[in-house]
Design a protein around this ligand. Structure first.
Ligand code: NAD
Length: 425
């Protein structure tokens, strides 16, 4: 029996299904390289627990809507499950499974003692009032309550969720427990046990990975960023702070471009005020697709999966792609980019700063102690730079791409954990 990489039939093709196909193909290549046996491959290709729930929500006008929610724990061989919670209308069980699988390899790659999980609710948060969102979040948490907990599975922010969402989760869980349990989620507000440095951690990690991969002074290096949310906006800011020239950014509202460089802080202020990058006055409007084709040194996809495909990969001129988003590049696009000499710092390495500082937040919560922002930053930098060096050196030694090397390390560590634990009973 060999690992099944399910074929995508037209009836089943959703962005989530495609993301899962990509994740399974990446696992397949790593498993081949590692020579894993079929049983272990199947174990690693299959989530340990998947829960689909119906979440009824009372709307402001008195109507009741019911939306679907998911929580998937892909692997818990190295520790409690860890992974974000996404609110997005297109999310489905396949997407959440793919994202959980990538979390497993990411935690193993950067050496933190977690397995991988992910959650999702198929809803557009922008279409709900704050009170509706709160009711939705609390009811979803109640539905998945048996799965989560500081020693079991610890959610965090992802697309469409933020520290307010985490505060509602922490409160709902704590009310059910009968006492405050800050360690049940990370990415919390500081006042509820959040960690200094968590808010910008994923973006800081993207900056660290980008500078390590550049291997030269960032002064004047040109950058385009797709997605100007929690990860993309601060990644653009930190890269600009390091001396790069951020020439284009985009979000769902549009894309903007200024060849002489954008004032990233001013774009962030504009987004705060107007709700999106579109219409930012000191730049030209750009088509969404055009951003990928700009002649820049670094491209940072920081929105959703499957945006760099075999269709647009041949037109990408960036020398370096640093994946802030999870799963932005399809395996077919990866082959084209590798053939064209484009270096891709893969998601499980480039955006690991978020889960690293989530782990540090959880450690602080479990000890009821807090570290200074300098302590957090030093630990984040050490783990990111250490992981980058390991990936780079394995890639060089074995002639692999950075993605292949990162998966060989991550998958290999999880496989080792299974082999050492043995199979119960
Ligand atoms: P977010 O909701 O804060 O931001 C998402 C951004 O993407 C928004 O600006 C949105 O407008 C934009 N966007 C969506 N579709 C787009 C499109 N077609 N074109 C251009 N822009 C588009 O989410 P986030 O937390 O910043 O997450 C972004 C990515 O980073 C996701 O892939 C997520 O899984 C990944 N990630 C997030 C974290 C974290 O700590 N938040 C950690 C690791 C990885």
């Amino acid at each position: 029996m060999s690992i099944m990489v399910p074929s995508t039939t037209p009836a089943l093709t959703t962005p989530g299904r495609q993301a899962l196909d990509s994740a399974l193909q990446q696992l397949h290549h790593a498993a081949e390289h590692l020579g894993l046996d079929d049983g272990l491959r199947t174990m690693l290709a299959t989530p340990r627990r998947s829960l689909t729930v119906s979440v009824p929500v009372r709307r402001e006008d008195g109507r009741m809507d019911v939306v679907q929610g998911f929580r998937v724990q892909h692997n818990v061989s190295r520790g409690p499950a860890k992974g974000g919670l996404r609110f997005h209308p297109a999310t489905d069980i396949h997407e959440v499974t793919a994202l959980a699988m990538w979390m497993t390899w990411k935690c193993a790659l950067v050496g933190i003692p977690y397995g991988g999980a992910k959650g999702g609710v198929a809803v557009d948060p922008a279409a709900l009032t704050t009170r509706e969102l709160e009711r939705l979040t609390r009811r979803y948490v109640n539905e998945i309550l048996p799965l989560i907990g500081p020693e079991k599975d610890i959610p965090a922010p992802d697309v469409g969720t933020d520290e307010q969402t985490m505060a509602w989760i922490m409160d709902t869980y704590s009310v059910n427990a009968g006492y405050s349990v800050p360690g049940v989620v990370t990415g919390k507000p500081m006042t509820l046990g959040g960690s200094l440095g968590r808010k910008g951690a994923t973006s800081r990690g993207v900056q660290i990975a980008a500078l390590a991969a550049l291997g030269r002074s960032p002064e004047g290096v040109t950058v385009a960023v797709q997605g100007f949310g929690k990860v993309g906006a601060l990644a653009a800011q930190y890269l600009a702070d390091a001396g790069c020239r951020v020439v284009a950014v985009s979000d769902v509202t549009g894309a903007v471009h200024a060849a002489s460089g954008l004032d990233v802080a001013a774009v962030r202020a504009w987004v705060e005020e107007s709700g999106g990058v579109a219409g930012y006055p000191h730049a030209d409007a750009l088509g969404h697709d055009e951003l990928f084709e700009l002649d820049v040194d670094v491209l940072v996809p920081a929105a959703l999966e499957g945006v760099i495909t075999e269709e647009n990969a041949p037109r990408i001129r960036a020398r370096l792609i640093v994946e802030g988003a999870n799963g932005p590049t399809t395996p077919a696009a990866d082959e084209i980019l590798a053939a064209n000499g484009t270096t891709v710092v893969p998601d499980i390495l480039a955006n690991a700063g978020g889960v690293i500082v989530s782990y540090l937040e959880w450690v602080q919560n479990m000890q009821a102690y807090s570290w200074s922002s300098d302590e957090v930053e030093v630990k984040l930098r050490d783990l990111m730079e250490g992981a980058f060096r390991e990936v780079k050196s394995l890639a060089t030694e074995r002639g692999l791409t950075l993605r292949e090397a990162a998966h060989v390390i991550g998958v290999g560590r999880v496989a080792d954990a299974h082999q050492m634990r043995g199979l119960y009973p």
